[in-house]
Design a binder for this molecule. Sequence first.
Ligand code: HEM
Length: 477
Amino acid sequence: MSHASRLHVNSPTKTAPRLPPGPRGLPLLGSIHELSQDHLECFSAHVRDYGDTVLMLFGPLRFVLVNRPEDIRHVLVKNHKNYPKSPTYEPLSLVLGKGLVTSEGALWKRQRKLMQPAFHRQRLVEFAETMVECTREHLDGWDRRGLVTADATDAADGAPVVDIHEEMMRLTFRVVGKTLFSVDLAGDSREFGDALTVATDFVSRRTESVLKLPTWLPTPANQRFRRARAALDQVVTRMIAERRAAPEGHADLMDMLMRATDETGTERMNDEQLRDEVMTLVAAGHETTSNALTWTLMLLGRHPAVERTLHAELTRALGGRAPTFADLGALQYTEQVLHESMRLYPPVWMFERVALADDQLGAQAYDIPAGTIVGVCTWTLHRRPALWPNPEAFDPERFTPERVAARPRYAYVPFAAGPRTCIGNAFAMMEAKLLLASIVQRYRLELVPGQTITPDPGITLRPKGAVKMRLIRRDAP
Ligand code: HEM
């Protein structure tokens, strides 16, 4: 335990709340200065110094990090009614409106019910082929663009290099475009991707900034954001209008969302709600999966023995043909690799709730006064030594069914848990497995030596800058 000062632990009276320990920070400002520092390092240090329930003050905001599976279950599942999404999500609604990620209460409940069937396992079968086809086209593009080294012996200096982070962003964007609205977002609608990047970067900065200037002020950043949001709106509104005019003949998510009705079979989404949900699915669905794949390919580059085991499974299960939905069950090690990668680099590294009424959390039953923001940091949870021995080591064997069964259920929550769990969980796992299998089956990826790759915790956990890799074609199996 650190010698650093503790907050309000020695209650002067019986009625004063017994708050969790944490860094005192500066008078009035608390730990605000930490917002401009490395968040992952700060949170990891606090958990090390103060334990698994840490209180931080950010100006007037009281923030408690919970890092014990029991508390995560309490907040997300058992007592979830007391923990709606926190106000820190408000900047996101500037882009996503009142879609599933940002809505609350009766609207969220209605929408979740309407949309759940579109993500049903049976429905996913229809998307598997599209995902594999998108990937094949994208990889053919690598061949055409001369990005592939034909022979392992050539894979030295001078052989072509790709930024695998950028490539995975493009590929998953393509998949979301095709599965959601049957259009090629990476090609024809490139401006949509650029606008989405501007808008999400703006939201990411706004989420972290304490002083939030109104978006109508004509600052250059606000103007850029408003232009980007208008471009996004225009594309989505046009697509909805085209669909309303000619609704037949599409087997995509948009079609499912348009046809979705409530239990009485009468109520459907209006155009505005549909716009918000479509934007939400594009935003929530592509960068997360892209990050998962980028980190996985980086880790495989660092761990050739794991890569060989993975490739052996693909050869055994697929024998060189393209993967299909029916193969997913046989790709057990592929799934373990993805889980271990999302343990170390969870694409959503933090999610937050707010306590409506006073509550208690932590092994010491600390008081959590109403209005406290409660954060689950998957980065620190997934590295907690008591749950994950030798936590920094990349070891897919941690995710064999036996070892999963032996761990507390809420020790690993990359998709959150409880009623607000990721609706795209099965979609994302299927996509990640099919894409990873297609890539590793065809190429061996080598990391360009000498680069430092660091995670950048914005809304999602992406790498800071490029992840440079060389693609080496495998001999046909
Ligand atoms: C590896 C990929 C993914 C990861 C790690 C991930 C993670 C998460 C997490 C942690 C949440 C909860 C956020 C919170 O409570 O604040 C969430 C919610 C959500 N995700 Fe995902 N996600 C992924 C892929 C996807 C995909 C592919 C889609 C859609 C196609 C999607 C759609 C959503 C939606 C709509 C929500 C809000 C659900 C609700 O509140 O009812 N996600 N995701």
